[in-house]
Each structure stands twice: as structure tokens, then as C-alpha cells.
Design a binder for this molecule. Structure first.
Ligand SMILES: Nc1ncnc2c1ncn2[C@@H]1O[C@H](COP(=O)(O)OP(=O)(O)OP(=O)(O)O)[C@@H](O)[C@H]1O
Ligand SMILES: [Mg+2]
Length: 577
């Protein structure tokens, strides 16, 4: 397990080593006073006279030992925490780097609950390993070993007697770990499941409240919470009896030493002072062993968490090239594109070409694969087979940065960062001037709502952009894309949230933005894409026709149907009572 974590410790390994050394020194400083105690008790038991200075010297020595213990323990903990928190930082940064290279699909599959748990809770648990379990654990094992060896040196019979409770306690601990391990995986699965369900429930609270208060979602919530309780209790029930045995036996090494030791003193086979010393030392063993074993008990849990972490890191990363953009022009070619989320294929061999400087529209029934095709162009996922090229260069051949420079994507699901709207637009071009940002906001028709906000562009977007309406969010995203000014633009339902008046304005803005660009636009309202240079009709994951509007209404019955539905929807009114 340490091996798994050690690559992330890097240069901080020396702090862990020093922490261990200091803690050993600290614990030795804790044992030495027993010898001074012995030196005082020994003459007393024999009724010998001792000088006050003899006692004073030893009392001062005990005090010095305690100071050494405190200083080395505190310094040891400081070093171990420096190493631990820097390792956690390295782990989180490395995990973030790996997640960034993952296809979005894999991230969705893991669930935000699980990702959050790994990023925060699980990685935090590693602090226990590095800051405490390793340095303190090693020190707490080393010290009992030294003491027991010393006990054997003083009197091997007492040494042997002290081992009996140790063996019983460790056996109980071993049994607890063995039976606990069997339940642990199920317990963690259940914890992760609860995490995901709770986050999903909270995120979807709006939907739950409106539609389904007592329904499926609430039931699922209740089920996972109950199942988590059952697993936890089940796990503890197995562990409790063993825990009771080792917690009571381990601190009592004198259990057998006391009767047998007393008999040995009475029989004259050991001196009283020696026995008192061995008794005193035995009290230092129990707590140390208990502490070390408690850490040992945490190791399987940590092992599970690190394995989970690695599983997340081990997903094959997105196929990403390192080249810059070397395309000869800005034509986009989809060739025989096959793609599926998890196991079910949703695109079955799509061929489509977007000519530089033209607008191509994707239309089709809901679920026909339009958004999926758009996301593939911005390399959200790797294809199962086929290829997508820009100017002849495969998009997997170029770095994501190079691809991002060429393509701007305004997606169906808008996400804004929880910062100001200004910063959110600036993401499109981080070195843009204030004037450029204002112009982009104006061209995306943002001014209409920005004027209503007292803080204008300095308004906070809220968590994920929740403080804005769908249409407002979409226009901010559009402003971002305008500022980016990439030569290829992908617009997925860019006007979906607009009311008719704003839609008109937006369309005018869009017309201007898309001038001279290679554009892929997805729209449900077919009136908005009627004049596109090419319209591709998608059906069940295939492009069944691609032509201009006038030809399609005649030649393509599917398109005709969509067109008629779109026209009747635009004149649709709620019937007056
Ligand atoms: N993240 C996902 N995981 C699994 N399946 C998905 C995912 N996203 C979409 N799908 C499935 O892929 C198919 C195509 O979805 P897509 O979003 O591309 O459709 P669309 O044509 O954009 O639909 P709409 O017009 O409703 O936006 C659908 O059957 C959908 O259920
Ligand atoms: Mg869609």
C-alpha cells in the first residue's frame, strides 16, 4: 500500500523518515524514566538509605525525558503532516490531470458523488496513513519489541508470561480483520452507492418536488440509506466481540505476571525490585501495541480506498495527439463514425462533410444522435470506429488545446463556473480586453438581461450557473464562443430557451457570428435553419439524407414530416376556453 502512495510522496519522503526517527526517540524518552524509577525503588525495597541528591538527579532526568518526548513527538508530527498534506496535494493534482484526459462519458459513469468522495474523503484518509500510521505505527511497534526483549533479559519467565495476553490480543485483532474484510467491500460499495444517490437526489430536488415527491426517487433515497445502515451494523456486529477482547486483554500484560511473579518473589527466584521494574515496563507495552494494531486495522480500509483511487486513474485516457493543428483547410469530415455510450451503439456509421465557410444543420427526432455527433467533433469521447478530420488531420492526432483553438462549442447543457459572468465569458479568450468581453456580451444579446442585474457583468453566476435562467446561461455561453472566435462553431440548440422576440435577435446575432465560419448547428425549430447550406437528417443514429431545404421537403419524407411538425408547432396556441 505504501508502494502505491509513495510515487506521490516524492521529495517529501525525507520528512516521513525524520518523523519516524523523531517518534522513536520520543517513545524511547518515554521508557527511560522506568529505569530511573527502578533505581529509586530498588534500594528502597532493600531498606537501604538513599541521598536526596540521588533522587533529585533522577527526578530531573525524568523531567528532561518528558521534555525530549514532547519536543520530538511534536516535531515528528509536524514533519509527518508536512509530508502527508503535500502528498495529498500531489495526489489530487495528479487525479485532476488524469480526469481531465478522461472521456466525459467515463466521468459520468463514475458519478459526481463517487468522484467527490475520492477527491475529498478518500484522499483525506491517506493523511492517516502518512501522518500517523507510518511514523507512529512504526514507533509503537518498535518500542514494545524493545521492552519485551528487555523483559526477557531481566527474567525470561516474566518475559514469556507477558507474551500470553499479547498473543491472545493479536489473535482477536487478526480475527476481527479477517471477518471484517469479508464484509468491507460490500460496506464500501454501499457507502459509495449512498453518496451517489444522495447527490443525485439533492441535484434533482426540483424535479422531485414537482413531480415525484413520494415516488421512486424518495424510495431509492430511503433504500440506500437503510441499506447503508444495515451494512454498517452488520460490519460492526462482526467486529465488536473481537474488539472487546483485544481492547481489554492488550493493556493488561500483568495479567499472568502478577500471580506468577508474586509466587516467584515469595519463592526467592526473583528480587522484588526486578519484578516491580518489569511490571512498570509492561504497562508501557499495552497502549503502544493497541495503538499500532489500531493503525493496522485501518490498513485494509486504506488499501480499498487507494485501490478505488487507482481504478479511477487507470481508465484509458482519451486518445489525444500532441501535434498542433496542421489541417490544410477547415473542412470537417465525419467518416463512417460508429459510437456507443457504454455498450449500446447510438451512431451507426455516420458520413458527413462540412465545407469550410458553410453552415450545416443537423435535424432529426429526439434521441437520433445529433448532440452525440456534435460532442464527438469536440472530442468529448473517442470513436468506436471511423474518423473525424479537420482539413484532413484526424482530431485524435492533435492536442485537445489545438482542437479547442479550432472549434467553439455551445452545448445543449450549459455550465457556468461559480464566478462572475465576466470571468465566465473571459474563459473563451483569457487574454481578451474588457472592450472585447463587452462586445461579445452585446453580440450575444446579453445586454437585455445584464441591464436588469445591479452588478451587470460582475454578477455571480452561482453554483453551475444556477442563478441564471436557461436562456441567460445560453447567451453567456454564446458570448464565450463569440469571444473565442474559433473558425469552426458547433451550436447545439443555441436558441432553445429563447422566447420568439429574443430568438429573432439571437438569430440575427448568430447570422453575423457564423459569417465565414464552418458551422454545425442543431435546432429543433426548423425555421431557424431553413437557409442552411446543407441540412443533414438524422434518424436512429444514421444520416439518412443531406441536402438543401427545398430539395429535402420534396425528396425526404422524414424531413417533410419534421418540417410540417415544426411549422404547426410555431403556430400552435393554447386553445381558448
Ligand atoms: N451520456 C449518455 N450515456 C448513455 N446514453 C446516452 C448519453 N447521452 C445520450 N445517450 C443516448 O444516445 C442517444 C442519442 O442521444 P443524443 O443526445 O445524441 O440525441 P439528440 O438527437 O441530441 O436528442 P435531442 O434532440 O433530444 O437533444 C439517445 O438514445 C440517448 O439516450
Ligand atoms: Mg441533443
Amino acid at each position: 500500500m505504501f508502494k502505491r502512495v509513495s510515487p506521490y510522496i516524492g521529495e517529501y519522503k525525507k520528512y516521513t523518515v525524520w518523523a519516524t526517527i523523531l517518534m522513536c526517540i520520543g517513545i524511547i524518552a518515554n521508557i527511560v524514566p522506568y529505569f530511573f524509577l527502578y533505581q529509586i525503588i530498588s534500594p528502597l525495597t532493600r531498606g537501604e538509605h538513599i541521598d536526596a541528591s540521588f533522587i533529585l538527579f533522577r527526578v530531573v532526568a525524568v523531567a528532561v525525558c518528558e521534555i525530549v518526548f514532547s519536543i520530538s513527538y511534536v516535531q515528528g508530527l509536524t514533519f509527518s503532516h508536512i509530508s502527508a498534506y503535500n502528498t495529498l496535494k500531489n495526489l489530487r493534482i495528479s487525479l485532476q490531470g488524469k480526469l481531465e484526459k478522461q472521456p466525459l462519458g467515463n466521468i459520468n459513469e463514475l458519478g459526481t458523488g463517487r468522484i467527490k468522495k475520492v477527491f475529498t474523503d478518500d484522499i483525506d484518509q491517506i493523511e492517516l496513513l502518512l501522518a500517523h500510521a507510518i511514523p507512529e505505527g512504526i514507533a509503537n511497534i518498535a518500542i514494545p519489541v524493545i521492552i519485551i526483549v528487555l523483559m526477557f533479559v531481566f527474567d525470561w519467565r516474566l518475559g514469556l508470561l507477558s507474551l500470553v495476553p499479547l498473543v491472545v490480543g493479536m489473535f482477536a485483532m487478526g480475527m476481527m480483520m479477517k471477518s471484517g474484510m469479508e464484509k468491507m467491500n460490500a460496506y464500501y460499495e454501499s457507502a459509495a452507492n449512498m453518496n451517489n444517490t444522495i447527490i443525485e437526489y439533492v441535484n434533482g430536488m426540483e424535479v422531485v418536488k414537482v413531480f415525484n415527491k413520494d415516488g421512486d426517487s424518495y424510495k431509492r433515497f430511503g433504500d440506500v440509506v437503510r441499506s447503508y445502515r444495515d451494512f454498517t451494523l452488520d460490519w460492526y456486529k462482526v467486529c465488536w466481540p473481537w474488539m472487546a477482547i483485544y481492547s481489554s486483554v492488550l493493556p493488561c500484560l500483568v495479567l499472568l505476571m502478577l500471580p506468577f511473579g508474586s509466587m516467584m518473589v515469595l519463592g526467592g527466584t526473583i528480587s522484588l525490585d526486578k519484578m516491580v521494574l518489569v511490571f512498570c515496563m509492561s504497562f508501557a507495552v499495552g497502549p503502544s501495541v493497541l495503538k499500532a494494531l489500531n493503525f493496522a486495522g485501518k490498513f485494509p480500509q486504506l488499501d480499498y480506498k487507494i485501490a478505488e483511487l487507482e481504478k479511477m486513474m487507470e481508465h484509458p485516457p482519451l486518445k489525444e495527439g500532441t501535434s498542433s493543428f496542421k489541417g490544410t483547410d477547415l473542412d470537417v469530415e465525419f467518416r463512417d463514425v460508429h459510437f456507443g455510450y457504454e455498450d449500446t451503439e447510438v451512431l451507426h456509421g455516420v458520413d458527413l462533410s462540412l465545407k469550410q465557410g458553410t453552415t450545416t444543420a443537423l435535424v432529426g427526432e429526439s434521441g437520433s444522435g445529433k448532440s452525440t455527433l456534435a460532442k464527438l467533433l469536440v472530442h468529448y469521447y473517442d470513436l468506436d470506429s471511423g474518423s473525424i478530420t479537420i482539413g484532413g488531420q484526424d482530431i485524435t492526432d492533435m492536442s485537445l488545446e489545438a482542437l479547442n483553438d479550432q472549434v467553439a462549442f455551445v452545448s445543449q447543457e450549459q455550465f457556468l463556473f461559480n464566478t462572475t459572468l465576466y470571468e465566465n465569458i473571459l474563459i473563451g479568450k483569457p487574454d481578451a480586453t474588457k472592450e472585447e468581453v463587452l462586445e461579445a456580451a452585446e453580440r450575444a444579446q446579453c445586454n437585455e438581461f445584464l441591464e436588469r442585474f445591479p452588478d451587470g457583468l460582475q454578477t455571480q453566476a452561482g453554483d453551475g450557473g444556477k442563478q441564471l435562467s436557461g436562456g441567460e446561461r445560453q447567451r453567456i455561453s454564446l458570448a464565450r464562443a463569440i469571444l473565442k472566435n474559433a473558425p469552426i462553431i458547433v451550436l447545439d440548440e443555441a436558441t432553445a430557451f429563447m422566447d420568439p422576440e429574443n430568438e429573432e435577435k439571437m438569430n440575427a446575432a448568430l447570422d453575423e457570428i457564423v459569417k465565414d465560419k464552418t458551422v454545425l448547428v442543431i435546432a429543433h425549430r426548423l425555421s431557424t435553419i431553413k437557409n442552411a447550406d446543407k441540412i443533414c437528417v438524422m434518424k436512429e443514429g444514421k444520416c439518412i439524407a443531406a441536402d438543401i431545404h427545398d430539395n429535402l421537403v420534396i425528396d425526404c419524407p422524414e424531413y417533410k414530416k419534421l418540417w410540417e411538425a415544426s411549422v404547426s408547432a410555431s403556430t400552435w396556441k393554447v386553445r381558448e376556453a
